[in-house]
Design a protein around this ligand. Structure first.
Ligand code: PEP
Ligand code: MG
Length: 892
């Protein structure tokens, strides 16, 4: 193996071997762009080091050979006393990863060579500044000394000299600072700062290797499922200097606006500075456009290079560059990060420029970006710039929320019941806050990150959330929020939070609906001349997606309003109508009567009363989805859900009894509640089991479906109903229901003289159903995977409890990067889906296959269902565009 590659030996496709940074440096070198000479130590070398705990001998030799070649080329030796070659050492893995060592600049400076650098550059100040930077960065990243120690000492030096920025420090002052920094190193490590340049370099390389196994890097990889054995590359690059005076500087640039996607000149430039200053925000940068006035030649060259890079990478690139005494150098490039809106606009712009095709455009955007664009937002034209921003936290769950500040869940619930909109503000949340979070418009916490309880639960609920706004002090005793400037938000004061940016405002900031939702709703037309550029881009990309996707997309909807919205959003039918939702409200009482019925007669009467109501619901639903399939699922939840809470009712009856006026109905109810009480209701009498033990229940529902379909047909409609049986575990259950169903359907068909074309299928949501799918398919026209219950039963995770109780800990420990209720667990639950689909189709090749669990609208899961070969996914109406897009991406 070869462990070291000169920049001239690599290219952009070698990211696995050379890391992202190294591969792109090589690519720029090959394009003839001005890259300072250097070489890359491969990820293979890192792996060999990590395996044995020692750098392979061969690596040392190869590095020596490449270093000699570099020295030859540059005409000076690393750290040479009278004219030192200096290098930077930078990490660069295949994927950029937080928690890994980043950069050490100016390696090769020592007590001796600092004088050589001063003499050669003719700039004493520059030489000492470079040396103090080396000790500072090396101390922090290689020796593990807390960066604060250096930063504080630098601040003290500035204060002592009355300097406002580091540029104001004289050579003399910097020299003193170097002595102080070296003392810090000796104090903290018990060793002097290493003076041998090769030792500096080797230690820095080793520190990069070691940082691959830092705890933050490991956690990140566990969560993102990045293999632990990839290793990182290390780039050794000859230094160019942006801190050599006013004709030098350093900057970052984007080939187009990463916020909006607009083409133009975007970036920041900092005169007389080295790379880390721009990021650290030490001095104020100027807009990149100002460089034109400062150094026209470099500016023009940079613009040219940016164009070259865009055409070459066929995408937005971001760039780091340095100008050394009027000469431009490229230090890094990569395909740049961008906002969701920019991603859509850039993808269509690149199609128009002929740089990419439509399939590639689809790959360049994704469903979570589209989902972000669908949240309401603060009105950019309505004064959000002038709003009173009091803090900033982590953008944990997107959207814009406005409401009165409350500091405990009890108040949140009480106020929201009386019609107030509230924002729940807590230091952090815990499971006791669940009801408060549900009642609130949004949640704000001062502690915790993206996997904190507040963040995880809010995302699950689809609530706006800003967490970890650390500069805001939450005083729960005094019920107020204290902002840094002394501003105080009291309970009841209005606050606005932006879950897409993390910004927190005092007062009400106007909210506008997303233009993308306006477009999907049909209230904004992409073809109009004044249509939003973003809407036009979304329109085009959705059209590509619809053209190529193989998966159909249906909606989970159980009323005509949701169905109509779903249809506007592009649904091709209903994949799940949960009929239990039709039994709530005023109808609950009818269900109660059914449960309490003592005699056959009473039961029949209750069912008879429910029949026309159900039928009416179905007529509406079939009408709004005319011509498209509608899967109606028969009653699923345990019956006790329709009865009063056991504790409340017991108390009521006990009180009444003590007053000797207990009412007959309450007593019967209480008996029923006791009779139906189960330790594990989710594993109890529900789904098909209900249908088999409560005579007439399923028959009534099936009749309502058949009658509704007949009614629509008679009215000239085109109903396409599918009857779905929940919680089936064995084919025998399904056979019994099918016999009963066919009888009823035949009856209705004969009475009405029509062929209703009804099909009957089952949910696959229990492990046993998945394992015996081949048998079950003999009795089913279709399968719909209920991945909510399937996840619950495969993992034995209560879907109603675990996300709020211990998932935060599981996410923090990296056991999974995302909840298995959100993204399908491919290896476990997913493998059951795959084998059941195969077994089902083996029995019955025309078996229709779909999924209606929450995963049907989750981007990553949609790709999985495509790959497994399902016919459709079904998801909530708002997720339909996301599912369409991802189904297109999966097929593109
Ligand atoms: C499921 O279990 O995945 C499902 C769709 O049914 P429900 O969520 O109603 O249990
Ligand atoms: Mg279910």
């Amino acid at each position: 193996t070869k462990y070291v590659y000169d920049f001239s030996e690599g290219n952009k496709d070698l990211k696995g071997l050379l890391g992202g940074k190294g591969a792109n440096l090589a690519e720029m070198n090959n394009l003839g762009l001005p890259v300072p000479p250097g070489f890359t130590i491969t990820t293979e070398a890192c792996k060999a080091y990590l395996d044995s705990g020692e750098a392979p001998a061969q690596l040392r030799d190869e590095v020596s050979a490449h270093l000699s070649a570099l020295e030859e080329r540059m005409g000076k030796k690393l750290g040479q006393a009278d004219d030192p070659l200096l290098v930077s050492v930078r990490s660069g893995a295949k994927f950029s990863m937080p928690g890994m060592m980043d950069t050490v600049l100016n390696i090769g400076l020592s007590d001796e060579s600092v004088h050589g650098l001063a003499a050669q550059s003719g700039d004493e100040r520059f030489a000492w500044d470079s040396y103090r930077r080396l000790i500072q960065m090396f101390g922090d990243t290689v020796l593990g000394i807390h960066g604060e120690r250096f930063a504080e000492t630098l601040e003290e030096a500035k204060t002592a000299r009355g300097a406002t920025t580091d540029v104001d420090l004289s050579a003399e002052a910097l020299k003193e600072l170097v002595t102080k920094f070296k003392n810090i190193v000796s104090e903290e490590t018990g060793r002097d700062f290493p003076q041998d340049p090769r030792e500096q370099m080797d230690l820095a390389v080793r520190a990069v290797f070691d940082s691959w196994n830092g705890s933050r890097a490991r956690l990140y990889r566990r969560q993102e499922r990045i293999p632990h054995d990839l290793g990182t590359a290390v780039n050794i690059c000859s230094m160019v200097f942006g801190n050599l005076g006013p004709d030098s500087g350093t900057g970052v640039a984007f080939t187009r606006d990463p916020a909006s996607g607009q083409q133009g000149v975007y970036g920041d430039y900092l005169q007389n500075a080295q790379g880390e200053d721009v990021v650290a925000g030490i001095r104020n940068t100027v807009p990149l456009a100002d460089l034109e006035a400062l150094d026209k030649a470099s500016y023009d060259q940079l613009m040219q290079i940016m164009e070259t890079l865009e055409n070459h990478y066929r995408d937005l690139c971001d760039i780091e560059f340095t100008i050394e005494r009027g000469k431009l150098w490229m230090l890094q490039t990569r395909v740049g990060k961008r906002t969701a809106a920019a991603a859509f606009r850039i993808a269509t712009q690149l199609v128009d420029q002929g740089l990419i095709d439509e399939a590639e455009a689809l790959r360049r955007v994704n469903g979570s970006q589209l989902a972000q664009l669908m949240f309401p937002r603060f009105d950019a034209g309505g004064g959000v710039e002038n709003a009173d921003q009091i803090g900033w936290g982590i953008a944990a769950s997107p959207g814009a929320a406005v409401g009165k500040a409350v500091f405990d869940s009890y108040t949140a619930i009480k106020w929201s019941r009386s019609g107030e909109k509230v924002i729940l503000i807590r230091r952090e949340t815990n499971p006791d806050d669940l009801d408060g979070m549900l009642a609130a418009e949004g949640i704000l916490t001062s502690r915790g990150g993206k996997t904190s309880h507040a963040a995880v639960v809010a995302r699950g609920m689809g609530k706006t959330c800003v967490c970890g706004a650390e500069e805001l002090e939450v005083d729960t005793k005094r019920r107020c929020l204290k902002a840094p400037g002394g501003k105080v938000v009291e309970e009841g004061d209005v606050v606005s939070i932006d879950g897409s940016t993390g910004k927190v405002y005092a007062g009400e900031v106007p909210v506008v609906p997303s233009p993308v939702v306006e477009y999907f709703e049909g209230r904004m037309h992409a073809g109009a001349d004044d249509a939003d550029e973003l809407v036009k881009a979304v329109h085009r990309i959705m059209a590509y997606a619809d053209r190529v996707r193989r998966l159909r997309v249906r909606a989970n909807a159980d009323n005509a309003e949701d169905a109509a919205r779903a249809r506007r959003f592009g649904a091709q039918g209903i994949g799940l109508c949960r009929t239990e939702h039709m039994f709530l409200g005023e109808r609950r009482e009818l269900v109660e009567r059914l449960i309490l019925a003592d005699t056959e007669e009473e039961r029949k009467r209750a069912l008879h009363a429910l029949l026309p109501l159900q039928q009416g619901d179905f007529v509406e639903l079939f009408e709004s989805m005319d011509g498209l399939p509608v899967t109606v699922r028969l009653l699923d939840p345990p019956l006790h859900e329709f009865l009063p809470d056991i504790t409340e009712l017991s108390v009521r009856v006990a009180l009444a009894e003590s007053r000797k006026d207990a009412n007959e109905n309450d007593l019967r109810l209480l008996q029923a509640v006791h009779r139906l009480h189960e330790q594990n209701p989710m594993l109890g009498l529900r789904g098909v089991r209900l249908g088999l033990v409560i005579p007439g229940l399923f028959t009534m529902q099936i009749r309502a479906i058949a009658e509704a379909a007949a009614e629509r047909k008679a009215g000239g409609g085109d109903p396409r109903a599918e009857i779905m049986i929940p919680l089936v575990g064995t084919v025998q259950e399904l056979e019994l229901v099918r016999e009963e169903a066919e009888e009823v359907i035949n009856e209705v068909e004969q009475e009405r003289g029509v062929d209703l074309g009804l099909s009957l299928g089952t949910m696959i949501e229990l492990p046993r159903a998945a394992l015996t799918a081949g048998q079950i398919a003999e009795c089913a026209d279709f399968f719909s995977f209920g991945t909510n219950d399937l996840t619950q039963t495969v993992w034995a995770f209560s879907r109603d409890d675990v996300e709020a109780s211990f998932f935060t800990a599981y996410l923090e420990k990296g056991i999974f990067g995302v909840s298995p209720f959100e993204t399908i667990d491919k290896d476990g639950v997913g493998s059951l889906v795959r084998s059941a689909a195969e077994a089902g189709r083996a029995t019955r090749p025309d078996l229709k296959l779909g999924v209606c669990g929450e995963h049907g609208g989750d981007p990553e899961s949609v790709h999985f269902f495509h790959e497994v070969g399902l016919d459709y996914v079904s998801c909530s109406p708002f997720r339909i565009p996301v599912a369409r897009l991802e189904a297109g991406r999966a097929a593109a």
